[in-house]
Write a protein that binds this ligand. Structure first.
Ligand SMILES: C[S@@+](CC[C@H](N)C(=O)[O-])C[C@H]1O[C@@H](n2cnc3c(N)ncnc32)[C@H](O)[C@@H]1O
Length: 210
């Protein structure tokens, strides 16, 4: 489960994200939504990839306890090298979203950026149940992922992502079913915080409360 879907693409992941995914727009929005009264809480980033979200967060709020879990040892290594180069200390753990190596009720905020569209619907539900388990009562979930297209053009653009990442795992995203799966996992107070047009399709940021 490499960050870019193919191991040999992992080294291209960061430059492609920066160039094509408008991440300079949505990453700050995710981070701003994760902070509580300007301070970073204990935060778990699931599917943390090359660590960009956690590094940006730790720079924004140095008191944060940033934990990352990813299923790919190669991207964990890349994230740790990037964090060291940035002077940021991250707690990076190898593990699956469906079976998090994190105790019950131990984190304030969970972020998942561009993770869920890699998982089957059953695994989306299991991963969201795991997020629910590790969050404290009242804790916040932030999901940044592909969502309902803005219009037919953005639906057509998304066909390339579906060809690369799989039609089955991306269907619930494009049909706008991710919030419903989060509700089935026990989350409430589902809110669409923002949407972005990218050359690959429509991204959305969803918040929910445990
Ligand atoms: C598209 S990348 C997103 C990385 C990062 N969140 C970001 O915003 O740049 C998806 C990441 O999810 C990880 N991943 C995919 N399936 C996973 C699973 N079941 N458990 C844990 N990590 C997983 C991949 O290894 C990859 O690093």
């Amino acid at each position: 489960m490499p960050a870019a879907g193919r191991a040999w693409l992992t080294s291209l992941y960061d430059p492609v994200m920066a160039l094509t995914m408008r991440e300079a727009t949505w990453r700050p929005r995710v981070i701003e939504s994760a902070l509580i009264d300007g301070e970073a809480p204990t935060l778990l980033d699931i599917g943390s990839g090359t660590g960009t979200m956690l590094i940006d967060l730790a720079r924004e709020a140095p008191v944060a306890q940033p934990i990352g879990v990813d299923g790919d040892s190669q991207v964990i290594h890349r994230a740790s090298v990037k964090a060291a180069a940035s002077g940021v200390k991250l707690d990076l753990r190898l593990g699956r979203a469906q079976e998090l190596p994190v105790p019950d009720s131990s984190v304030d905020v969970v972020t998942m950026s561009l993770l869920l569209h890699h998982l089957s619907d059953a695994d989306k539900l299991t991963a969201l149940r795991e997020a629910h388990r590790v969050l404290r009562a009242g804790g916040k979930l932030l999901i940044l992922d592909w969502g309902k297209p803005h219009n037919a053009l953005f639906r057509a653009l998304f066909l390339l992502v579906q060809a690369l990442d799989g039609a089955d795992t991306t269907r619930a995203n494009v049909e706008g079913k991710v919030p419903g799966i989060a509700e089935s996992a026990g989350f409430g107070d589902l809110r669409l915080l923002d949407r972005w047009r990218t050359i690959w399709g429509s991204l959305e940021l969803i918040a929910a409360t445990r």
